[in-house]
Design a protein around this ligand. Sequence first.
Ligand code: ADP
Ligand code: MG
Length: 400
Amino acid sequence: MKFSEIDIPANILKALEKMGYDEMTPIQEATYPVIFAGQDLCALAETGSGKTAACAIPLIQKVDPALNAIQGLVLVPTRELCMQYVAEIQKIAAHTAVIPYAVYGGFDKKIQMDTIKQGIHILVATPGRLIDLLYEGILSFAQVKCAILDEADELLKVGFLEDIEFIMSCILHEHQTLLFSATMPDDIKKLAHDCLRDPQHISLITERAAPESIEHYFAYVHPKQKHAELIRYLAGEDVNQAIIFCNARHVVDTLFHSIRKDLKDIDYIHAGLFQDKRSSIIRKFRSGRLRYLIASDVAGKGLDFSNVSHVINWNFPRDGEQYTHRTGRTGRMGRKGKAFTFVSKHDLPGLRKLLRSRKITPCWIGKDPLCENNTHQEQKTQRRKSPSRPYPAKGKKKTE
Ligand code: ADP
Ligand code: MG
């Protein structure tokens, strides 16, 4: 269905047209009537399916700009996501009088407090900074009509959960609550339910399968060979932009310093960097000035990088959820993307689980460690005999 076919005010429609949003995405179409009607909602849809606008459009419609008070509250787990979310609301609300604003850590609190005092309608926030501001006593939730948890599964995990419960307990009156997520592990489902009142459930995730727009490559190599293997893989690919995920900050640092001589236009990001630096790297990556980004999982959730053609898991992800979030940075909005994951011996149990639970058909580059007939010796000879590594033909380099 087209946005113009539903009852959206002309000033929002104009903005959507400018943004090139013509057809609603399936999650937008499915959730719009529920959100608009004021019902609580738990909505699951794969990464890159347009959940931000699904939420932002009806939220903007609900705001009464004449009322100088926070009427919509959006909680997100990371600072980068906070900025991205508010930017989307700003664009959609560009021709309305609705004022969105984002607060997150690492940015001057005084400026944030002053802006809030001047009057804002939609507040997008990371939990930590929001709680700081609640303690400052400058926030009133008395007029909040709608509270949203984006990347809800992350926000309901240990570490965030207490903060979220505290924040939600500060909204004393009846209000609408919306949960959006790409994944919802079973242990989080109950917590999600506790946040909601008589909710609608909308899930467009088919048996938790990975998005079909992504091809899943794996390589079973000795840790010492990973560096050379990665360079070889990337050299044979038509890489537009790639994110290389590592499991820890120090791995990001080490990999960056060892690989920067081999890959041009590369930088790194993790939560140990100052916020200014984090923001500037995200900006550079988004504008295409960087081609490779080595990242910890601060970049693994929700961030929308439309030109990422490849996601590399330098370290095997912790679980299926993390795999989905990381690889979901590519293959967005139906574009094709490739995921490439290094597997070591001790990752094999996790690998089996991942392939099963996400219904992934793996493409092996080199040896398939799960193939029982595939003894090491056979593999070696096979490799020597046929150069059948599934690297696409080299030479099709991107013109820059
Ligand atoms: P999700 O939160 O589901 O991961 P996002 O909200 O970040 O996805 O949206 C993914 C991309 O899709 C963004 O680049 C966004 O601008 C784009 N997008 C969202 N809705 C539409 C639409 N109706 N038409 C075209 N592009 C859209
Ligand atoms: Mg999102």
